[in-house]
Design a protein around this ligand. Structure first.
Ligand code: ATP
Ligand code: MG
Length: 502
């Protein structure tokens, strides 16, 4: 970090940047500055304009007005993608924009090879440079492996290495940890520290506030497209940061109740499926929220899949309201009153090209038919309006494509879609990944209300605090088995974390 030798230099300076989409003011006169070699977080609720800001700096969107745009001390009238790249600006997008059927080395060196004829490519030299770049990140990967064989965390490293091959000096990472496990996240944060020590500026976007405070030196907070302020992370707490993002205090407290005398809605008895889970005894009672914690790969999602008829258990049985329940498809499960907000919402849960209203109402089409058996637009709109209000979904028009919504708001549409099926049992698999703190609080208020109305809820979560504060009981799954049960009103976050991570 260029801290010695006088004034620090700016990698980026933006002043009074605005951008509107249709009726939505995504950015309204925002200032944003990043120093060379700095790790700077951009924080704010879903839809506040973070990704839009990144797209402006990388030339994807043209701002409708900007007081100043300056990259590495050079003033620009506007930014095109080529200008951004030539000045060392790079983005690690969520989908990573890599080529699955090319090798690690080819992906890293891709831009260097573009425009060359196959015979003109110096493969040995390319591989050597790719290897050297990975070394700079402190990572070893098989350079010849096809990208498609790598887990997401390693693909991310490949995307970062590619940026470095292009001499990136300012790298934007938009929710890079959303689909990473804790240990993968730690490794990514190490890489970010290395890059920063090397003089590369990093703009980091994450809804996990602990991570934000750990990695960044400063954080810029945006709310509803407006700048709230720029703060040093030293001395900042998660509670304070959440308050700056939402504009109000957020309270976390244990909501657990003793539900042991409520009737069982869902039961699993000695349920097993080889290689996934075994000997699962599970009861979810009427009105109860059961938390399910565990490390990635513990079998939680596999269990949910069996509950939803997406896979067939080999041993044991399931019961619903006391009757044997043996779903053979997800459709059959839904007909029995099961609903599932899946972990992989963005790829499985939504039809990206279709409108918000169609996505939200797709699961309840039969209830929306009018007298002639046609789907009533009025009813569809009524449905979406109700949920938009209840879940605080920030949308432009109901007929806009779902892809125009910010990531977190897309997730709320998925939730709306499943709630509209009026389920008896609701499985929420990691429901807050990519959802901001304010919306999390709103989401769990809704979960609580649904439980009070009698829904039986299974909350699968990677975040111990989230499971502990919002469940009536918490189960811990290890290698396909339920290893422990915890009462949130007598268990500390620390005790549960130790049980899971140690
Ligand atoms: N291409 C687009 N067309 C229409 N509206 C858009 C488009 N891109 C963004 N918006 C709107 O602009 C606002 C800001 O969106 P943006 O994606 O920047 O939010 P974000 O801060 O990245 O949110 P998240 O945390 O959910 O990712 C949102 O209201 C969004 O719906
Ligand atoms: Mg975003």
């Amino acid at each position: 970090m260029p801290e010695s030798g006088g004034a620090e230099r700016h990698a980026l300076r933006l002043k009074a940047v605005s951008k509107t989409f249709g009726g939505v003011k995504a950015l309204d006169g925002v200032d944003f500055e990043v120093l060379e070699g700095e790790v700077h977080c951009l924080a704010g609720e879903n839809g506040c304009g973070k990704s839009t800001l990144i797209k402006i700096v990388t030339g994807v969107y043209k701002p409708e007005s900007a007081g100043l745009i300056e990259l590495f001390g050079e003033r620009l009238d506007g930014i095109t993608p080529v200008q951004a790249r030539d000045r060392g600006v790079s983005v690690i997008w969520q989908d990573l924009a890599l080529f699955a059927n090319m090798s690690v080395a080819e992906n890293i060196a891709f831009d260097a090879m573009v425009g060359l004829r196959p015979r003109g490519v110096d493969y040995r030299g390319m591989k050597k440079r790719a290897g050297a770049t990975l070394e700079r990140l402190g990572v070893t990967l098989d350079l010849d492996a096809a990208l498609s064989t790598l887990p997401i965390a390693q693909r991310q490293v490949v995307a970062i290495a590619r940026s470095l091959m292009n001499d990136a000096r300012l790298i934007f990472m938009d929710e890079p940890t959303a689909s990473l496990t804790q240990s993968e996240t730690d490794r990514l944060l190490d890489i970010v520290r290395r890059l920063s020590a090397d003089g590369v500026a990093i703009v980091f976007v994450s809804h996990r506030l602990a991570e934000v405070l750990e990695i960044a030196r400063r954080v810029t907070v945006v709310r509803d497209g407006r700048l709230v302020g720029v703060y040093p992370t030293e001395g900042m707490t998660q509670a304070r940061l959440g308050e700056l993002m939402t504009g109000h205090m957020l309270e976390d407290s244990v909501a657990a109740r003793d539900m042991s005398s409520a009737p069982a809605v869902f039961e699993a008895n000695r349920l097993g499926r080889p290689g996934e889970f075994e000997n699962i005894d599970l009861v979810i009672r009427r009105g109860e929220v059961v938390g399910l914690c565990g490390l990635l790969g513990a079998g939680r999602t596999e269990l949910a899949h069996a509950m939803m008829g997406m896979s067939e258990p080999a041993t044991g049985e399931m019961r619903l309201h006391g009757d044997v329940y043996r779903p053979t498809s997800i459709r059959a499960a839904i007909a029995h009153g099961m609903a599932y907000v899946s972990e992989d919402r963005l790829s499985l849960g939504l039809l990206q090209k279709q409108s918000i209203v169609d996505n939200a109402s797709i699961s309840v089409l039969d209830r929306l038919l009018d007298g002639l058996g046609l789907i009533s637009n009025g009813k569809k709109l009524g449905l979406i309006r109700g949920w938009v209000e209840k879940l605080g979904i920030k949308i432009g028009l109901p007929d806009d494509a779902i892809s125009t919504l910010s990531g977190g708001n897309q997730q709320k549409v998925v939730l709306a879609k499943w709630l509209a099926t009026e389920p008896k049992v609701l499985i929420l698999d990691s429901p807050t990944v990519g959802v901001d703190v304010g919306a999390r609080a709103g989401l769990f208020r809704i979960v609580r209300e649904l439980a009070e109305q009698g829904l039986a809820i299974l909350l699968i979560s990677d975040e111990v605090t989230e499971a502990l504060y919002n469940s009536d009981r918490v189960l811990h799954m290890v290698q396909g088995r339920i290893a422990g049960e915890y009462d949130p009103s007598t268990t500390s976050v620390q005790a549960l974390e130790e049980a899971i991570y140690e």
